[in-house]
Design a protein around this ligand. Structure first.
Ligand SMILES: *Cc1c(COP(=O)(O)O)cnc(C)c1O
Length: 376
């Protein structure tokens, strides 16, 4: 078999020499963990989003876990999560000892179908954890209304959504807590890393203690002590230094990805086999992932292999979480209860999207996919 002439992976971090130099500076500084660069990441995220409090941590699953713990959610509690997301969303609920209760998604946005949330509430429900899937905000007005009516907390899984907006509000700032991930698959990366935005000071203080072995101050106390059996979820300063320069470039990078996404959309506009994503009015997509739906009659596996043979990285975009063995084996969930999430898991396809792709890379990927779906 001939070697592919191009190499277009699904994702590629945009790290510059200045970012590398910033990491090397940390190595020389002697302060490697939860030092000034971590503080600078938190300050930068507060500045750009307007959030009053931010707390960085080891990764975006740790930040979700910390948010649940700080909000007092644990065994016996239920948390509403979308049935279609990266599995970490539901895993974090399990880590807190609570039970994820799945709700199907909307086919047009891949986000939680807010019209189905109330039917999933029980007297044990404590929180709603909407995911801004692929970088597009969930319908937050409806989520916040339901939460207020029923006295529930809201934790945004904004792992993919830094820079996204809903009605002019920044992703991560609308709920009681909002969680970002900086894994290399995301638009900005610290290697491993995450950050929470928080509305309330008491939650922020709890998160700061819980991420660092439980070291914090009791209300009214005058010195730090060990007040929880906490975790080691600290971010390193190497990770923070890698991220800081990228945070300054977030908007320019998002605008470039939006242009490339438009180019994909135009290429697929005539196709009946490939349905391009849409952005509802009032929302600004972060375009962390470009995700299309294929006709169910197509064989996605062979399409993924066909693209790989051309040097193009493509894969399913997220999981139908209740269909995964670990959740299915709990016996309480039936994948057929979530037909839209199931379809997105089986027939969805994420295509390469990152700021350094050229227009003709997009054309090559789009034309290659159109040719492959043309002969199913
Ligand atoms: C990436 C991701 C996470 C997990 O982030 P990590 O930093 O890899 O732990 C959680 N939720 C969603 C929706 C994600 O995309």
């Amino acid at each position: 078999m001939s070697q592919p002439t191009r190499h277009i992976p699904l994702a590629r971090p945009a790290i510059q020499e200045s970012d590398i130099a910033a990491v090397v500076d940390v190595l020389r500084s002697g302060q490697l963990v939860q030092g000034p660069r971590v503080g600078a990441v938190e300050a930068a995220l507060c500045r750009r989003t307007g959030a009053p409090f931010a707390a960085a941590a080891a990764n975006g699953t740790a930040t979700l876990h910390l948010a649940l713990l700080a909000l007092g959610i644990g065994p016996g509690d239920e948390v509403i999560v979308p049935a279609f997301s990266y599995v970490a969303t539901a895993n974090a609920v399990m880590h807190a000892g609570a039970t994820p209760v799945f709700v199907d998604i909307r086919p047009d946005t891949f986000n939680i179908d807010v019209g189905r949330i109330e039917a999933a509430l029980t007297p044990l429900t404590r929180a709603i954890m909407p995911v801004h899937e692929f970088g597009l905000c969930a319908d937050m007005d409806a989520v916040l209304d339901i939460a207020e009516t029923h006295g529930l907390a809201v934790i945004e899984d904004a792992a993919c959504a830094l820079g996204a907006q809903d009605g002019g509000r920044e992703a991560g700032t609308m709920g009681d807590a909002g969680s970002f991930s900086f894994h290399p698959r995301k638009a900005v990366t610290s290697g491993e890393g995450g950050c929470l935005l928080l509305k309330h000071e008491q939650h922020w203080l709890a998160v700061r203690a819980l991420r660092n072995h439980g070291i914090g101050r009791r209300a009214g106390g005058d010195a730090d002590d060990f007040i929880y059996a906490g975790y080691n979820y600290r971010m390193t300063d190497m990770a923070a230094a890698l991220l800081l320069g990228q945070l300054e470039r977030v908007d320019a990078a998002r605008e470039r990805r939006a242009e490339l996404a438009e180019r994909y959309n135009a290429a697929f506009s005539e196709s009946i086999a490939v349905t391009a994503p849409t952005v509802p009015p009032g929302k600004r997509h972060a375009w962390q992932t470009y995700h299309v739906m294929l006709l169910p009659s197509l064989d996605r596996r062979s399409i993924v292999h066909g693209l790989a043979a051309l040097g193009i990285g493509a894969n399913y975009g997220a999981q139908c979480i209740p269909a995964l063995p670990v959740y299915r084996e709990k016996g309480a969930f039936h994948p057929t209860d979530f037909p839209t999430a199931h379809a997105a898991f089986n027939n969805g396809l994420a295509l390469p999207l990152y700021e350094h792709l050229q227009d003709d890379d997009i054309d090559f990927v789009a034309q290659s996919l159109i040719k492959l779906v043309g002969k199913p």
